[in-house]
Design a protein around this ligand. Structure first.
Ligand code: NAD
Ligand code: ZN
Length: 360
């Protein structure tokens, strides 16, 4: 039976500070089980030829696996990584360290779960299906916005659906927040992933699930987003604040839910492979009837940073494509219920969603 009040896991340990990445070696040392139980570093391949690569504290039989974030994480990719790690070592790893954006953080969480749980990652997509503790895992974000560093989910594209593994064992055991790591992020990507955080705030603060817990984090995150994207902060302050906005935004939706933009963005992601941050922006620009104030601020931010969103994304889709996208979006029931209340189906019909998708 589900509990009336959710007993929510938090990241038990977090380091914050510019340059704090260099404490990783010391942190891992206390968690090493033996010299044959390696740490596996899953690292965004943008860092392959960077100075960060040489700063990764690899010793003994540790392994660095570079992974592209060009596509969002898939259940089969998680299964393959787990197989590869199990085949390479006699002992279970001491832990998994994910270094990168939401893509790498989610992969690290999922691999840590599947190392200790039988079957495929796809078996665990859903809510509270994981029953065995995951391997110790550390998250180190290199781009800010998703809140994946703090959330209890890892969003995976499976054979049948795009859905998170939501569980108490998903949350990281340790997070290192080093804003300096976000220095090289390209401007458009900075905006899209940052807007993921902004949209988390808008959807949480305007949802029917709102409560004082979510509101307190959501309001703080929203204020930080406004500072970062509307004021002219010095670069370092801006990086620091966006990293904390991401954290608070993630905390805000933990105890509430996201809404319309996320539900529809999931459809775009599943059908067209459009990534989460961009997908949210593509949808959100057309959501003035649901989030009037949020869309006004979004437009101000977009104009200030001269971001041109791509157009005509859905222009070549046929009826079947629209139907798939609409059914994926409409399947996100808790998101709609949060956004519009229990009678959401009286507002959100397939025709309504199609009319919004057509504008994208
Ligand atoms: P990402 O991880 O996909 O990375 C986006 C791009 O930025 C990539 O090209 C990556 O190589 C690049 N990049 C990252 N750090 C960089 C750096 N320091 N310098 C230069 N380039 C850098 O982007 P994201 O928006 O952080 O994550 C999106 C993913 O997060 C999606 O898969 C989405 O489903 C997931 N997500 C998860 C949660 C959660 O709670 N688990 C929440 C929201 C989104
Ligand atoms: Zn999001």
């Amino acid at each position: 039976a589900s509990q009336k009040f959710r007993n929510f896991p938090m990241v038990p340990r977090v380091v914050f500070g510019n340059g704090s990445f260099d404490q990783l070696g010391d942190i891992l040392l206390t968690k090493r089980k033996s010299s044959d139980a390696p740490f596996i570093f899953l690292v965004d391949d943008v860092f392959e030829n960077s100075n960060l690569h040489s700063r990764i504290p690899r010793i003994f039989s540790d392994q660095i696996i570079f992974i592209s974030a060009d596509e969002e994480p898939k259940t089969q990719q998680v299964d393959a990584l787990v197989r590869k790690i199990k085949e390479s070592y006699l002992e279970m790893p001491s832990g998994i360290v994910g270094i990168g954006g939401g893509t790498l953080l989610d992969l690290a969480k999922a691999v840590a779960i599947l190392l200790n749980n039988t079957g495929s990652a796809a078996d665990y997509q859903g809510w509270d299906l994981v029953h065995r503790e995951s391997v110790y895992h550390v998250g180190i974000p290199t781009i800010s916005g998703t809140g994946a560093e703090v959330s209890r989910t890892t969003v995976l594209l499976g054979p049948e659906r795009k859905l998170g593994i939501n569980s108490d064992y998903t949350t990281f055991d340790q997070v290192i927040l080093d804003p300096e790591l976000t220095k090289g992020v390209p401007k458009e990507q900075w905006f899209y992933t940052g807007m993921d955080c902004f949209i988390h705030c808008i959807e949480s603060l305007n949802g029917t699930y709102l409560n004082a817990f979510s509101q307190s984090y959501g309001e703080k995150a929203l204020d930080l987003c406004k500072e970062v994207f509307l004021d002219d902060l010095p670069d370092k302050e801006s990086r620091n604040k966006l990293m904390m906005a991401s954290w608070h935004g993630g905390m805000s939706i933990a105890y509430s839910q996201v809404g319309v933009a996320h539900a529809m963005s999931y459809g775009l992601g599943y059908q067209l492979g459009i990534k989460h941050g961009l997908g949210n922006c593509l949808v959100f620009q057309h959501l003035g009837e649901f989030y009037p104030e949020g869309v006004v601020i979004f437009d101000q931010m977009r104009n200030k940073h001269k971001i041109q969103l791509p157009k005509g994304i859905c222009a070549t889709l046929n009826d079947n494509d629209f139907e798939t996208m609409i059914s994926i979006a409409m399947g996100m029931e808790p998101l709609w219920e949060n956004a519009l209340g229990p009678n959401w189906k009286s507002v959100i019909t397939p025709a309504k969603l199609r009319s919004i998708y057509r504008k994208i």
